[in-house]
Design a protein around this ligand. Structure first.
Ligand SMILES: [Zn+2]
Length: 307
């Protein structure tokens, strides 16, 4: 059993402009860090299907977003979320990556998988693009797993430094889904307080600025991992943002590479206990190129060690 790496060159062509932190160079840095990994099975992402996107966002919203992608130049869908001519294809490849990775993992072609894609997804609400995100890839992956593979219970863990507000919106009224997030708080996007618990299927672990690896690990051990065990998912999905790294210019947590390796190992163990090891992660944030590359490397190394 293997670890998949799913990506596509189209995801590098999405270009929000020089000076925008969500730069094409992010994905290039991640892929370069993974270049030498022996035994990683590489797969090119297909285009995501409209059916998959519409399960979360609806047909009209999906078409409206894609229609705003410009033929030339750039368009600001909101003050943070800038699209270029290649952005529509990039977004569709991101969706294709997560759904293909779910297909591979659920059908036993791979044990787990990492989707190195952009734009990220976890801020995208069902009816609103937000925070560099067009479509909510991780929520779309969860719905795909349920609709296409008939999985009953899907858990999403989000360790990006920002709260996954869009994912929470999709999950919070649905007992077949579970969402847990560690994030800096108070911070963008403003949601993710500990008292936001959905119907008992949402765990928010807000962390004050300056929190380091030890407190991060304690939070996972005390709050997130026990709740995940109790939920007992058939599939584990991970919003893997690396902007909680101490070098990240956008945020103020103090994690380091071993912390990302640690949390990934704990999540692969939970996946093994409940879901036959089935785990799919997708790149969200991470804006210091060197820290992003080495942290994603630590994450993938932990995924590969899970076999
Ligand atoms: Zn983030």
């Amino acid at each position: 059993m293997t670890t998949l790496l799913v990506t596509h060159p189209d995801c590098i062509r999405h270009d929000p402009g020089s000076g925008h932190p969500e730069s094409p160079g992010r994905l290039s840095a991640v892929l370069k860090a993974l270049e030498e990994f022996q035994g990683l099975v590489r797969r090119e992402a297909p285009l995501g299907s409209e059916t998959d996107i519409a399960r979360v966002h609806g047909d009209d919203f999906m078409k409206a977003v894609l229609a705003q992608v410009p033929q030339s130049g750039r368009a600001a869908l909101d003050p943070d979320t800038i699209v270029s001519p290649a952005s529509g294809q990039a977004a569709l490849r991101a969706i294709g990556a997560v759904t293909a990775a779910v297909d591979a993992v659920v059908t036993g072609q791979a044990r787990n998988g990492f989707c190195a894609v952009r734009p990220p997804g976890h801020h995208a609400e069902p009816d609103r693009v937000m925070g560099f995100c067009l479509f909510n890839s991780i929520a779309i992956a969860a719905r795909h797993a349920q609709a296409v593979h008939n999985l009953k219970r899907v858990a999403i863990i989000d360790f990006d430094v920002h709260h996954g507000n869009g994912t929470q919106t999709v999950v919070e009224q649905d007992p077949s889904l579970f969402f847990a997030s560690s994030h800096q708080f108070p911070f963008y996007p403003g949601t993710g307080a500990a008292n936001e618990t959905g119907i008992g299927n949402v765990v928010n672990a807000p962390l004050p600025a300056g929190t380091g690896g030890a407190a991060f690990r304690r939070t996972f051990e005390a709050r997130i991992l026990p709740a995940l065990d109790q939920f007992a998912p058939d599939l584990l999905l991970v919003s893997a943002g690396f902007d909680a790294h101490r070098a990240d210019p956008l945020a103020g947590l103090e994690l380091e590479e071993p912390d990302f390796a640690w949390v990934t190992a704990r999540l692969t163990e939970a996946a093994r206990r409940h879901a036959g090891g089935r785990l799919v992660s997708v790149l969200e944030g991470g804006y210091d190129l060197r820290a992003l590359a080495s942290s994603a490397g630590a994450h993938v190394q932990s995924l590969m060690a899970a076999h």
